[in-house]
Design a protein around this ligand. Structure first.
Ligand code: 13P
Ligand code: SF4
Length: 297
């Protein structure tokens, strides 16, 4: 820990961590947050170096918004299977089918090259706001079909879905919620919009990870069932030690979110690698889509 603090000072570095990171990483981060909060913080930091404790697309987003900074990802193999479900070639094919004027709303869980082809980005915290900000009556939303279907219910626009999904959230079923509710009948159910519609239909609230943290703090409920990756439970318990939180399923673990260790953070600050750097031509085209989202907040 002391070594990390020393290296942070030496490099003028900031450590950003996603809410799913292991407890020891959340505890040493300067900021924990959801994808939107982390992108906003990256865009505003005065640090020279950003150590991104999350997955590859999150570090890429930081590189898009701060091309002059060094963005380090302590575990280069921390990917996101959903982000790999949309590519430049498959998106170009879809755009040619739907027509070049169709706006493309791309979830940040996507490669930088796909953001570069998109009209605007969104996160789980602002998808309806982003879609409603567009003038068009129809949009294509990539890559998460569950987030797109959920957002379609919050707008009058026609939303064309893309067949991508998060393997962790998509595996959850209504039966899992029924079983968990039988154990904890008084608990409020919080679900992430990456879950299937059958799960979202049983939730009291559908929120991003930081949205769940805010809701838990403000709600009068004393116990909660949590339908998202289970790393959030540590953040929830830390934020509200007097309340009780239970996972809807013990299976909800994202292995990619567990690859970073304190040792890998120290190593990457020592060696200034591995670095995530989006090529300039992609960065410049992707920045428009990310900035449009950030301007909406
Ligand atoms: P949030 O933006 O809600 O934190 O979600 C990111 C993510 O990867 C969910 O699986
Ligand atoms: Fe990707 Fe799902 Fe892991 Fe989030 S939980 S990083 S969407 S695989």
């Amino acid at each position: 820990m002391d070594k990390i603090e020393e290296l942070k000072k030496k490099r003028n570095a900031i450590i950003l961590a996603h809410n799913y990171q292991p407890p020891e990483i959340q505890d040493l981060a300067d900021l924990c947050g959801d994808s939107l909060e982390l992108a906003i913080r990256a865009s505003k930091t005065r640090a020279d170096v950003i150590v991104f404790c999350g997955v590859h697309f999150m570090a890429e987003t930081a590189s898009i918004v701060c091309p002059d900074k060094t963005v380090l990802l302590p575990a280069m193999d921390a990917g996101c299977p959903m982000a790999d479900m949309v590519t430049v070639s498959t998106l170009k094919k879809k755009i040619s089918e739907l027509g070049a004027s169709m706006p493309v709303v791309t979830y940040v869980n996507s490669p930088a090259s796909v953001k570069a082809l998109s009209t605007v980005c969104c996160t789980s915290a602002n998808s309806a706001k982003v879609i409603n900000s567009l003038e068009a009556k129809e949009v294509l939303m990539t890559p998460d079909r569950n987030l797109a279907a959920y957002t379609a219910g919050l707008t009058d626009k026609k939303v064309h879905l893309w067949e991508g999904y998060c393997p962790i959230h998509d595996a959850l079923r209504a039966d899992d919620v029924v079983r968990a509710q039988a154990q904890h009948p008084d608990a409020a159910v919080m679900a992430h919009p990456e879950c299937r519609a059958e799960v979202l239909a049983m939730a009291d609230v559908v929120l991003s990870t930081s949205g769940m943290l805010r809701y838990a703090r403000e709600s009068e409920a004393g116990s909660f069932l949590v339908a998202t990756e289970n790393g959030l439970l540590y953040a929830l318990k830390k934020a509200c030690p007097e309340k009780s939180f239970y996972p809807v399923s013990e299976k909800m673990i994202c292995p990619d979110m567990k690859r970073i260790t304190p040792e890998s953070i120290a190593d990457c600050l020592e060696n200034m690698a591995p670095e995530v750097k989006v090529p300039v031509d992609v960065q410049q085209r992707a920045l428009g889509a990310v900035e449009k989202m950030l301007a909406l907040k």
